[in-house]
Design a protein around this ligand. Structure first.
Ligand SMILES: Nc1ncnc2c1ncn2[C@@H]1O[C@H](COP(=O)(O)OP(=O)(O)OP(=O)(O)O)[C@@H](O)[C@H]1O
Length: 712
């Protein structure tokens, strides 16, 4: 391994050579940037000028059918030319984005490989994106390109990578990592082993920041298995706390977007995150990699998007058997009179329940399910149109329009209401009525003419909560998102089987990446990994699995503590790659007063240690009391609506701390009363709490500490 000091750099020919290569690459990138920006500007000017002259030259002659055809052909040709400009502009804009990204750090690694087949040595520089020089030679190779796999495999000598399922055998002669800022080479390292990976250690040594960072340059071998995993219906990743599950998930999204560049858009990817605070914590990772964010939502946001207004997401603790019974019952479902509702808007009934019932009867020969509902929806749509048509013809409407302000008339009609003929009056009235009742079409589209509550109760054989309501709607109307291509579920151990079934039904064509840690299941009734596998296996046929056992977050001392708290199977394999910091502090107090003093001292020490510290309490209901104990200490209580600050001391409940990390963590009470030794959920809650800390952990106990801590 070469890690040149400043002095050594002067005399190190390799360093000088690499600095020269970096300077040349940087210069080339700047040149590409300039050329591309110029091309963009010139093309924009030319397009504007051409559009103007093309528009002037257009004959706009519709006198005869032939003239009209010719005019349309001219228009189409003009459109094609404009499309061509737009395409070139988009490509150039993309290129400029890549240059901007690479100018921050042109590359982070170099590999020298010799393919067995050709025996011709290749030198490749790997960066956050790929780009070719003006001479068309590859300047930087994208980290997601097939050959870059060799870098992540981390072994010198004979190795291989895959292209379209074909294995390419190569000899890796050199694997060099770089610490680079713009055009300055700080150091280079020739390495293969993670534990001696200086770039990784340097990256881990940086203070943690308010936002999660991409780990592109330092993805480890076991993590790379997940990032570059072949496309499978369901990939289940089990990883200990801080093993990089979330980081790996973000890298995989970037990888998939690259792999499927031609047809996968970020909006076809969905990310289920534990809470909005966490969603904000990760929102910079993909943009930092030059990619757009996927649709990120919590379970509550997902559920509420489909539930009737005012209905909460409800409890997810619904037995799976109940949903399975509903699935069986829907096969025998018959609609009955009470299953239909009026569509009413602003006090006007636009579609009567009885109309919906009649439409349903018309399709009575079909099973009461998605196909029949789709046909009914279409017919009710037409009925709504005719209803609005007759409303437009009624006298009252004309008075309503006349009473509108000038601004409203212009907004809705695009002109003032001043019809010269009956026909014109009716046309304008129709525009007005359609605008006023536009929401009614959405109501028809959302099948609000169906009484899902009543149908759901029949399917479930009793009263239903929000989750059953949602599932009943999916079963009966076919509500789903068949366009979604990938669904990522972080913290999967916190989902119940029922929630997973709802997600699997809604995203029925998507491929799933599920990441979690059974030791971090902090709620009752959530699915075990075996249950996750059985459920997803039954729906999608195949569940592939990967494991992550190294902690990149916590010091060895903290990792050793949560490894002791892990369930037996995982305990032995858990390790940390960070340098040692300090022992975990356990402060035993006998009185409430002592505990408060200890807490205040711990908070002061955490503040002193720098970075971001958190006081993590078990429940939301503990917040008020702890905040009172810490009054005057400048501790910031956090809620769902907040964003994580870069430094200071925050106070938050465990549920909100999920997935996050802090330089210091203070736990106000780890006594037997709060974490009873006989309860497994207490073990998991303690494991999750302590594993939020990267460097400093202080546990305070009022009375005897929980038996889960053993002889700490
Ligand atoms: N290969 C890596 N290189 C650099 N940093 C890494 C790497 N892998 C993980 N990390 C860092 O380790 C920390 C933990 O990562 P992450 O939050 O993704 O883990 P996790 O498994 O999702 O954690 P948890 O389940 O405990 O919430 C983060 O600070 C992340 O940046």
């Amino acid at each position: 391994m070469a890690q040149p000091t400043d002095n050594a750099q002067m005399n190190d020919p390799v360093f000088a050579e690499e600095q020269a290569h970096l300077s040349a690459t940087y210069g080339a990138l700047q040149q590409i940037g300039r050329t591309t920006a110029k091309a963009l500007e010139e093309a924009a000017l030319k397009a504007a000028a051409d559009k103007e002259s093309m528009a002037d030259e257009l004959a706009r002659n519709f006198a005869t059918a032939d003239d009209a055809l010719e005019t349309w052909a001219d228009f189409a040709a003009m459109d094609r030319i404009i499309d061509g400009y737009n395409l070139a502009q988009t490509a150039n804009a993309e290129k400029l984005k890549t240059v901007e990204l690479l100018l921050k750090r042109p590359y982070f690694a170099k590999i020298v490989v010799t393919p067995k087949s050709t025996g011709k040595q290749r030198e490749l520089y790997i960066g956050a994106a790929g780009i070719a020089g003006e001479d068309y030679r590859r300047l930087v190779v994208d980290w997601r390109s097939p050959v870059a796999e060799v870098y992540y495999n981390q072994s010198e000598g004979p190795t291989s990578y895959k292209v379209d399922g074909r294995t390419i055998e190569v000899e890796l002669q050199l694997r060099r990592q770089f610490d680079i800022d713009e055009n300055r080479l700080n150091a280079y390292f020739d390495t293969t082993v993670a534990i001696e990976d200086p770039l990784l250690l340097a990256s881990l040594a940086h203070e943690r920041s308010a936002h999660m960072r991409a780990i592109t340059a330092t993805i480890q071998r076991e993590q790379n298995t997940v990032v570059r995993h072949e496309d499978v219906p369901v990939l289940l990743v089990r990883g200990i706390a801080g093993s990089g599950k979330t980081s790996v998930m973000m890298q995989r999204i970037a990888y998939l977007l690259f792999q499927n560049r031609s047809d996968l858009k970020a909006q076809d990817v969905f990310l289920l995150s534990p809470n909005p605070l966490f969603a904000r914590y990760i929102e910079d990772v993909l943009p930092e990699m030059g990619e757009a964010n996927p649709e990120t939502l919590t379970w509550e946001q997902f559920a509420q998007a489909h539930l009737p207004k005012g209905r909460g997401a409800g409890s997810p603790a619904v037995p799976l058997q109940r949903l399975e019974a509903m699935e069986r019952a829907v096969r025998q479902l018959e609609f009955s009179d009470g299953d239909f509702c009026d569509i009413t808007l602003f006090g006007t009934r636009l579609i009567a329940a009885d109309q919906a019932r009649k439409v349903s009867e018309k399709y009575g020969h079909l099973p009461a399910g998605p196909h029949r509902v789709a046909l009914m929806r279409e017919e009710l749509w037409s009925k709504l149109e005719s209803r609005l048509g007759s409303m437009a013809a009624s006298d009252g409407i004309q008075d309503e329009i006349s009473a509108l302000s000038i601004e409203e008339q212009l907004r809705i009609l695009g002109e003032l209401y001043d019809p010269s003929t009956e026909q014109e009056a009716r046309e304008q009235a129709l525009v007005y009525v359609r605008d006023r009742f536009a929401e009614a079409f959405d109501m028809v589209e959302r099948d609000e003419w169906l009484n899902i509550e009543a149908i759901g109760r029949r399917l479930a054989g009793g009263n239903i909560g929000s989750l059953e309501w949602l599932f009943a709607k999916m079963l009966v109307t076919g509500l789903s998102n068949p366009e979604a291509r990938f669904v990522m579920v972080d913290e999967v151990q916190d989902y119940t089987e029922a929630q997973l079934l709802v997600l699997a039904t809604y995203f029925r064509r998507a491929h799933f990446l599920l990441l979690g840690d059974p030791n971090q299941a902090i709620d009752e009734h959530t699915a075990s990994f075996n249950q996750v596998k059985a459920l997803m296996g039954a729906r999608f046929g195949q569940v592939s699995e990967c494991g992550l056992m190294t902690s990149y977050r916590s010091s060895p001392e903290i990792t050793a503590l949560f490894a002791r708290l892990a369930a037996d199977g995982a305990r032995m394999e858990i390790s940390s790659v960070r340098p040692a910091v300090e022992e975990v502090q356990l402060v035993r107090c006998e009185t409430a007063d002592e505990q408060q003093q200890a807490l205040r001292r711990a908070v002061a020490a955490a503040r002193e240690a720098g970075g971001l510290a958190a006081v993590v309490v078990p429940w939301k209901s503990d917040l008020k009391r702890t905040a009172a104990q810490l009054e005057g200490e400048g501790v910031l209580p956090l809620t769902d609506a907040d964003t994580l600050p870069a430094e200071g001391v925050v106070l938050l409940p465990l549920k909100l701390a999920k997935g996050l990390e802090f330089d210091s963590v203070v736990v106000p009470d780890v006594s037997e009363t709060v974490f009873p030794a006989g309860e497994d959920i207490a073990r998991r809650r303690l494991y999750t709490t302590v594993s939020r800390a990267t460097s400093h952990l202080t546990l305070i106990s009022k009375g005897a500490p929980t038996g889960w801590l053993g002889s700490l």
